[in-house]
Design a protein around this ligand. Structure first.
Ligand SMILES: *Cc1c(COP(=O)(O)O)cnc(C)c1O
Length: 390
């Protein structure tokens, strides 16, 4: 069988060999509990603190503003619940704001809180998937306690005007949380200057292992306990640390933020190839923002056919892509992100996401471009929707 062409890096990424090498000792001879007092355990503890420093540095934060978690789902849940819980304790009837295009690990928390009786607003996005700072400012009320807007979207790659949103939240004294999973290693983040109060990230989206992530909480902002137990993570998130994965996360984030420009230059070349190749296919719509978007994430709608059909045929050539996000694929519902961007159901269901990493090559893109046109032609020949139209 041919080599797999992996174009699904927004779903997960491969562990880099450097990261794996850094992790190995902590899965083998350095197995000590970091809370123990002998020197070999303290060495393990130091490795965790080194990783914390790396995460902090990548964000422009202080190490004691970083909490390790099991991933961004946990970080997002923790951040949102923490703010809501604090305000409930104060007897406040709170209002919280998010966008219509969030990852389910934010959106479904907001929906749950809404069912519980909280007042919730969902910000619209424009045709490119961007929220409007003006709309945010108009939506903030005197009882608004939290705004959560993602840094970069996982389905279309659109970047939000995070600094502007942060500034508005700061001005109105509202906590600003961002799910930055897709932004790490792709854009420069500076939590201080961007007025970000809380930020979530997940290791496996930037070549660390799955099951490890972090939450940044700005100094001075109180965070509720997520798990009660021992004193790990300054007592906020108890449980013996996932040492090897934390070490991997620290190594991966340093690697990912070191070479952002080099990576983006490479991905830009691949993106140009993809854009000009796919442009030759009739009736294809690009979904996203070339100006304000991740270089490595591209989303296209192929009119008249189902994205799922394209994926299956791509798969037969060893090419891995997604339609929408991995979390919602398998369901026949069209993407909530594409619907919010104004696509009709048909176009939303005809979408394919290509998400690249630094490991992808121009040869892989060429191979993809060789097969995509015939795949689309073949599916359109069989499509009643398409044949009705022409
Ligand atoms: C993958 C992803 C998450 C969830 O990360 P987990 O590792 O599955 O917890 C959250 N937000 C975005 C934008 C993602 O892409």
């Amino acid at each position: 069988m041919d080599k797999t062409i992996y174009f699904d890096n927004a779903a997960t990424t491969q562990i880099s060999s450097e990261v794996l090498n850094k992790m190995m000792p902590y899965l083998t001879e350095e197995y000590f509990n970091p809370s123990s007092l002998y020197s070999r355990a303290q060495k393990v503890k130091n490795a965790i603190e080194e990783a914390r420093k790396n995460v902090a540095e990548a964000l422009g934060a202080d190490p004691n503003e970083i909490y390790f978690t099991s991933g961004a789902t946990e970080s997002n849940n923790w951040a949102i619940h923490s703010i809501v819980e604090q305000n409930k304790k104060n007897g406040k009837q709170c209002h919280i704001i998010t966008s219509k295009i969030e990852h389910p690990s934010v959106l479904n928390v907001f929906k749950k809180l809404e069912r519980d009786g909280l007042e919730v607003s969902y910000l619209n996005v424009d045709a490119e998937g961007r929220v409007s700072p003006e709309e945010l400012e108009k939506t903030i009320k005197s009882n608004t306690v939290l705004v959560s807007v993602m840094y970069a979207n996982n389905e279309v790659g659109t970047l939000q005007p995070i600094s502007e949103l942060g500034e508005i939240c700061r001005k109105h004294n509202v906590v600003f949380h961002t799910d930055a999973v897709q932004a790490i290693g792709n854009v420069k983040i500076d939590v201080l200057h961007q007025n970000i109060d809380m930020l979530s990230l997940s290791g496996h989206k930037f070549h660390a292992p799955k099951g490890v992530g972090a939450l940044y909480v700005r100094k001075g902002l109180k965070v509720e306990n997520l798990l009660f137990g021992g004193g790990q993570e300054r007592g906020k998130r108890a449980g013996t640390e996932n040492v090897a994965s934390i070490v991997g996360l620290g190594c991966a984030i340093a690697e990912a933020t070191k070479d952002i420009e080099v990576k983006n230059r490479h991905l830009k070349e691949l993106r140009e190839m993809l854009l000009s190749g796919i442009k030759k296919i009739p009736k294809v719509k690009y979904n996203g923002s070339l100006e304000h978007g991740l270089t490595g994430t591209l989303n296209f709608s192929f009119e008249g056919i189902e994205g799922e059909g394209i994926l299956l045929l791509l798969n037969s050539y060893g090419i891995c892509c997604s339609s929408g996000s991995a979390c919602t694929s398998g369901s026949l519902d069209p993407s909530h992100v594409l619907l919010a961007m104004g696509l009709d159901h048909g176009l939303a269901q005809s979408s394919v996401r290509i998400s690249l990493s630094k490991y992808n090559t121009s040869e892989e893109v060429e191979k993809f471009l060789e097969v995509i046109n015939p795949i689309v032609e073949r599916l359109r020949k069989m499509s009643p929707v398409w044949n009705e139209k022409i």
